[in-house]
Write a protein that binds this ligand. Structure first.
Ligand SMILES: Nc1nc2c(c(=O)[nH]1)N(C=O)[C@@H](CNc1ccc(C(=O)N[C@@H](CCC(=O)O)C(=O)O)cc1)CN2
Ligand SMILES: Nc1ncnc2c1ncn2[C@@H]1O[C@H](COP(=O)(O)OP(=O)(O)OP(=O)(O)O)[C@@H](O)[C@H]1O
Length: 209
């Protein structure tokens, strides 16, 4: 095996190990800590992020110890913004669609047991119509690199957006403070984040736009 392959393998092992460690850390947060984190996120978000009126905002439904977005989603609705959730594409492998989410939207569990709106093509929004996309992540580092669950869903869905440096949607990663690591091994397809919001901090990297 040549040196390059060796490096790729090492980096993949490290990514898998990091995923395990950080997923464990966030799953170890108590219900009380999760509740406090969600409440702080709800405050920090509206203090730090400027939204146009009636904004289209992509969010996610909490899974696997992630930062709970349910309070934030309720606040977005209360402020008359539109909320969209990721739906796993029915035939385009490992791509996401973003579908409008309302209080009474019919929901179903996807293959990972994460709730998503039942597919209704008339409620699916083109990516560029979202003003803001709040992205789940497993770990982030001091440069704004993002490590996800390992399916490549967000990386694939955002590849063109990133390559063409489209202005919309603005990308913001959401994470617990314990999900920060000093440095992540990166891959060519990784989409770095210009902004990460935690319950207590806002991190920005203008060069990642
Ligand atoms: N809340 C939330 N929704 C999301 C994501 C996410 O990270 N968080 N995704 C972001 O991409 C997409 C789903 N991607 C996912 C990829 C892997 C697993 C997962 O649990 N993998 C298992 C193996 C499961 C299996 O292969 O059957 C594991 O790693 O333990 C979950 C979600 C779309 N929706
Ligand atoms: N733009 C892309 N085009 C083709 N394949 C991709 C692309 N992005 C990622 N992949 C593939 O997806 C797989 C998983 O990628 P990776 O481990 O970076 O996912 P992740 O960022 O952790 O997960 P996610 O984005 O779903 O949260 C990789 O094997 C990679 O080959």
């Amino acid at each position: 095996m040549n040196k390059t392959n060796n490096n790729i393998n090492k980096s993949q092992v490290t990514r898998a190990n990091l995923r395990k460690t950080i997923r464990n850390a966030r799953n170890s947060l108590s219900a009380e800590q999760q509740k406090t984190a969600a409440a702080h996120l709800n405050i920090n978000f509206f203090q730090q992020i400027n939204l146009p009126e009636n904004a289209n905002v992509g969010v996610y439904i909490q899974n696997d110890g992630e930062l709970d977005t349910s309070l934030l989603i309720q606040s977005l609705w209360d402020k008359k913004h539109q909320v969209f959730l990721p739906v796993i594409h029915p035939f385009n492998p490992a791509n996401l669609l973003f579908q409008k989410y309302e209080k009474n939207s019919p929901m179903k569990a996807n293959r990972y047991a994460i709730l998503e709106p039942k597919l209704d093509c008339s409620a699916v929004a083109p990516l560029a119509s979202l003003d803001l996309l709040l992205m789940p992540l497993v770990a982030f580092d001091e440069q704004g690199n993002r490590l996800g669950m390992g399916g490549g869903y967000y990386d694939r869905t955002l590849a063109l957006h990133y390559a063409e440096q489209r202005a919309k949607p603005a990308l913001v990663g959401l994470a617990h403070d314990c999900q920060q690591v000093p440095s992540l091994p990166t891959a060519a397809w990784d989409v770095p984040l210009p902004t990460i919001l935690t319950p207590t901090q806002l991190y920005t990297w203008p060069k990642n736009n």
